[in-house]
Design a protein around this ligand. Structure first.
Ligand code: SAH
Length: 277
């Protein structure tokens, strides 16, 4: 059965979705982020001078986090690129407002992290445009406690967004160097809700199936049947389908028993889903 949903797509077309969704393929290097552990402000530590030494009182105020120079660009990104393009799920908007996207892009591109386009992450791959990350996250309608599988970890940013929506995120990346870098970033930033591995995501992750949601961030030319099989009844998959190197259609698939409903969300451009030989 094939159903096509036009309402939202028309809304998106108003904002020029097709022209916006361009994934570039450039090479780049990884970002480095050093978390500082602020020491207590000396002015807030007081030691009583009267009375015996063992009764000295020490008052400390909680450490003040350093100001986030990206707070404003991130808030603007959410307002102008996402909310105004009709993404309305408050949990998704909150996730996009929270996750530090600049931590997932190479150092050379951090200044562009909140711009309205994809960015290179090395190895010919890209981190998706913020709007596409938000749209795909909204389409799968993830609820807290549900299991989601992502194919194409890349920078790890999409997985980090999903980790704000549920605490069971599984993600697979085929390029070993990217898989390793993303795992390091998950560790460094404390995303322990994310379980990641290197491998060919075409086969899904049988060990943790079924998944209430599957999100595929590289484009195959057909729907991988192992992924359909690992979708829970009532589960949703969002996946770009089309020729490698060209434009694809973004499909939302919804499993209802043995039936799979299909909704076309219009033209997108993703890097190809590659396969291990
Ligand atoms: N979700 C990513 C976007 C990454 S681009 C992010 O938030 O940054 C797509 C990624 O899919 C690339 O890193 C690419 O190497 C990976 N990929 C391509 N084919 C794959 C496959 N068969 N299995 C797993 N990952 C794959």
């Amino acid at each position: 059965m094939c159903r096509v949903c036009f309402g939202r797509f028309c809304g998106m077309a108003r904002f020029g979705l097709v022209g916006l969704i361009v994934l570039v393929s450039l090479s780049a290097c990884s970002s480095i982020w050093l978390e500082s552990t602020p020491s207590p402000d000396p002015a807030t530590v007081t030691t009583a001078t009267a009375g015996p030494a063992e009764s000295a009182q020490v008052e400390t105020s909680p450490p003040v986090p350093p100001p986030d120079p990206y707070a404003k660009p991130r808030a603007d990104m959410v307002e102008y690129q996402i909310r105004q393009r009709d993404v309305r799920d408050e949990a998704v908007l909150k996730a996009m407002s929270t996750v530090p996207r600049h931590e997932f892009v190479p150092a050379d591109y951090q200044g562009q992290a909140y711009n309205d386009h994809p960015l290179p992450i090395g190895y010919g791959q890209t981190i998706s445009q913020p709007f596409i990350v938000a749209l795909m996250s909204e389409l799968i309608d993830l609820q807290p406690g549900e299991r989601v599988l992502e194919i194409g970890t890349g920078s790890g940013y999409q997985a980090a967004i999903l980790a704000q929506l549920t605490d069971e995120v599984y993600t697979i990346e085929i390029i070993p160097e990217l898989a390793e870098r993303a795992q390091n970033d998950f560790d460094r930033l404390g995303y322990d809700q994310i379980t990641a591995k290197q491998g060919d995501g075409y086969w899904g992750w049988e060990e943790y199936a079924p998944f209430e949601a599957i999100i595929v961030t590289a484009a195959p030319d057909h729907v991988p049947q192992p992924l359909v099989k690992q979708l829970a009844d009532g589960g949703k998959m969002v996946i770009p389908i089309g020729p490698p190197g060209g434009y694809q259609s973004l499909w939302l698939l919804e499993r209802k028993g043995d039936e799979v409903l299909r909704y076309n969300w219009g033209g997108v451009r993703f890097v190809p889903l590659t396969r291990t030989e």
